[in-house]
Design a protein around this ligand. Structure first.
Ligand code: UDP
Length: 357
């Protein structure tokens, strides 16, 4: 009999990052996929299952939008019910979003072994909701699976048991390689994504970003394609903000279309965690428009520039990034989903004993 597990999906990047891993888990485990329903629009959810050929989730908890407490609370209640019905041997959670936190808390409170993929990343910025989520999840987890050795070191510094930490590489490398946008040529446009609370729920930062983009267009006369998430649209209305000349707002794209745009763009400007990694893999110049980042490896490799929120520095950083020739990074490893599957198989007897005595 195959070990019964639950794989949790919260938001768009979870489907993307887990897409190759889930295919392996489906072969060797009795794998139940649960989608929190935090992202529910077709172009933020279902399109990624379709394009990345991930089978449909077995359960959708339909938590939708709400305050952090509503999302985490509603998810915990619904997921606790499901765990009690299904009796998994362990639960896999990825990332640092509110759904990840809700899944992790419900699992851990029922003493079901919890596996956290993407463990140990730290921005050292305690104001970020993601930083709070990832620290709590890492400390609840029975097994932490990290992308890079420095993430393991972060966890050890926080007192976690080194024997419960594995370093396997970054699963996004397999997803990008499978989609293979290599043949695309550069086109004259810059690409922007901006969705983090620190930017779109902060009137001041959103204004700075728009002013920076307006000035960048005035200077370079290159079209700027701006992907507008529903929350950003809502906040722009609320603060009566408008896109400056040269900024072309476009709706969220499918993964294959967006990855192609990342490859074609001369410069990507983003506050996303996954987008900076994809640009590093594709060799596209990229700015992180935030005050801090947990992707310090990319700064040290010289393929990503952290701008902060000062317009002059942002413009300077854009000039710098455009002047660089970035080779695709190679430090994300290979066979990441095989390694994760291997580690989980090797520990499934231990987890079985823990749950069943
Ligand atoms: N993405 C996409 N379509 C878009 C914008 C982004 O498919 O219009 C993908 C992108 O390639 C990356 C992921 O969504 O894989 C990033 O998601 P997001 O920025 O929402 O989350 P984060 O990585 O910051 O957690």
């Amino acid at each position: 009999m195959k070990p019964k597990i639950i794989s949790c999906i919260g938001i768009r990047p979870d489907i993307i990052r887990l897409s190759q891993i889930i295919k392996k888990l489906d072969k060797y485990f009795d794998n139940i996929i649960v989608d929190s329903g935090q992202h529910y629009d077709y172009n933020l959810n279902k399109i990624f299952y379709e394009q990345l050929e991930v089978r449909e989730s077995d359960f959708n908890l339909n938590i939708k939008s709400g305050t952090h407490a509503q999302q985490v609370g509603n998810l915990m209640i619904a997921f606790e019910r499901l765990i009690k019905k299904k009796h998994p041997q362990f639960v896999i959670v990825l990332g640092d979003n509110n759904s990840s936190l809700g899944f992790a808390l419900a699992t851990s409170k029922l003493n079901i072994p919890l596996i956290h993929i993407e463990a140990g990343m730290r921005s050292k910025n305690w104001i970020m909701p993601e930083e709070k989520n990832r620290i709590v999840i890492d400390h609840l987890a029975d097994m932490n699976i990290c992308y890079l050795p420095e993430h393991r070191e972060n966890l050890i510094r926080e007192g976690l048991n080194p024997r419960c930490i594995w370093v396997v590489g970054n699963p996004i490398i397999e997803v990008v390689e499978k989609a293979n946008p290599k043949f695309l040529q550069k086109e004259p446009f810059y690409l922007v994504t901006c969705h983090r609370a620190e930017n779109v729920e902060n009137n001041n930062n959103l204004k700075i970003i728009l002013e920076f983009l307006g000035k960048l267009y005035q200077k370079k006369q290159v079209e700027i394609k701006f992907i507008v998430m529903p929350k950003t649209e809502h906040m722009m209305e609320k603060y009566s903000l408008e896109f400056p000349e040269g900024i072309n707002p476009i709706p969220p794209q499918g993964f294959l279309e967006f990855l192609g745009m990342e490859k074609q763009a001369r410069l990507v400007i983003t506050d996303s965690g996954t987008v900076v990694e994809e640009c590093a893999i594709l060799g596209t110049a990229c700015l992180t428009i935030r005050e801090s980042t947990e992707r310090i490896d990319l700064i040290e490799l010289g393929v990503n520039t952290l701008t902060g929120m000062n317009i002059d520095i942002m413009l300077n950083a854009a000039e710098f990034a455009l002047s660089q020739e970035n080779a695709p990074v190679t430090h994300y490893g290979e066979k990441v989903s095989e390694k994760i599957c291997n580690i989980l198989l090797g520990n499934s007897l231990y987890f079985h004993r823990r749950v069943n005595g």
